[in-house]
Design a protein. Structure first.
Length: 396
């Protein structure tokens, strides 16, 4: 009798080095000196510019005369007009390398900034028109400019070659991808997260759990996916509550960074994303809900809706988090509650009358096609959203 085997491919981003446990400013300066680079541009956020001894200021000081400029007006959800403005500034500075310091929005934006530099893009219209060249088909050009990333949250953008970029005119998030857009070097310094607001850090940790959970539950999951996903969920579900209790503990922060890294690897190893991510894209791009908070609201409800088709598999997730007799969606819900994060649409400012529009928006995003339980229409999405509107099953 013929036996069937699983088939698939794994495409790796053009990432060379991950440095962990070292001070970010020292690691970045040493790598740049070793590569003999002299014109270094920095991308970050306004909030980090206000921290006198934070990671941005320390890295700029360590760069010395190699530092040629910065763009620190990158906002949440990586708006395309910010990206074009940053690319113009980086081009005028004669940039050889960009150091991205911040969370997922900064790192994703910097991937797109690189694409603008490679293609000579200097207008928003040109950037939007270029989208088909950067959809993963590698038709877009590449250039000498690359990126180092110093993450200050747990969003995991630094381990991907994809960038979610928002068009503020349409409220739509578009995916841009090129393997060389991934950071060439990533520095995981737990100390670089100390100035990050605790709520932001914890909720982006839930975002990382979302990456691992949906990868594990996807139809394309394989033993490599499973190993990374379960380890990620195990680490993050333990370290996030520990961080809330003892936020200055660098070991908790480092273990959370390892969990986040594993979560991203679970996706890289063939696991896809599903309805939770699609709903998150719509919440972020159309309503401005922060990345991490979208997962806090969407993940438990999505697991609950999907349990009809993969409830047995979800038990492995619950067990990885230390619970044998509780559904995974309840374990996630309780974790989010313990972290003091938002758990309903109302908590993030979405009123019930917005559900039809939100369902329509979310239905358009590609991860909906990969959901374990088929989603055939916006009405199915609305059923998931209904689980996000009632606080009673989420709060005791």
């Amino acid at each position: 009798m013929a036996q069937s085997v699983q088939t698939g491919t794994v495409s790796f981003p053009a990432q060379e080095l991950v440095i962990f446990g070292q001070s970010a400013h020292e690691a970045v300066a040493a790598e740049i000196a070793q590569r003999d680079l002299h014109r270094i541009f920095v991308t970050s956020t306004r909030s980090l510019t206000r921290i006198a001894d934070g990671p941005l200021q320390r890295i700029v000081e360590a760069l010395g005369s190699r530092y040629v400029g910065r763009f620190t007006a990158i906002g949440s959800h990586s708006l395309d007009h910010d990206i074009v403005a940053a690319a113009i500034a980086a081009r005028q500075a004669g940039t050889e390398l960009i150091v991205a310091i911040g969370g997922g929005s900064v790192i994703d934006a910097t991937k797109a900034i690189l694409m603008c530099l490679w293609e000579g893009i200097d207008t928003v219209d040109a950037f939007r028109t270029a989208h088909p060249m950067f959809d993963g088909t590698l038709t877009g050009k590449t250039g000498r400019e690359r990126m180092f990333a110093v993450p200050t949250t747990l969003s995991a953008a630094e381990f991907s070659s994809s960038a979610g970029i928002t068009n503020p005119d349409t409220g739509q998030k578009m995916g841009y991808r090129h393997r060389n857009a991934a950071p060439q070097v990533v520095v995981l310094d737990p100390g670089a997260t100390l100035n990050t607001p605790l709520r932001l850090l914890l909720t982006t940790g839930v975002r990382a759990i979302d990456h691992a959970t949906e990868a594990f539950c996807s139809a394309s999951a394989n033993p490599m996916t499973e190993a990374y996903a379960l380890s990620a969920v195990r680490l993050l579900s333990a370290t996030l509550p520990a961080m809330k209790v003892d936020p200055e503990n660098l070991m908790h922060r480092q273990l959370a960074q390892f969990g986040m890294w594993q979560a991203c690897l679970s996706s890289l190893m063939g696991g896809g994303s599903g309805a939770s991510h699609a709903i998150g894209y719509a919440l972020g791009a159309s309503y401005g809900v922060p990345h991490g908070e979208t997962s806090c609201v969407s993940l438990a409800a999505t697991l609950r809706w999907n349990a009809e088709v993969n409830g047995e598999r979800q038990k492995l997730l619950a067990e990885a988090m230390g619970y044998r007799d509780q559904p995974a969606w309840e374990v996630i819900r309780d974790l989010v509650c313990r972290l003091g994060a938002p758990i309903t649409l109302g908590d993030v400012g979405i009123i019930a009358s917005e559900i039809p529009r939100l369902a329509e928006r979310a239905f358009t995003y590609a991860p909906m096609r990969n959901n374990p339980r088929p989603i055939k229409s916006p009405d199915d999405v609305a059923e998931i959203l209904a689980y996000m509107t009632d606080a009673s099953p989420y709060r005791s």
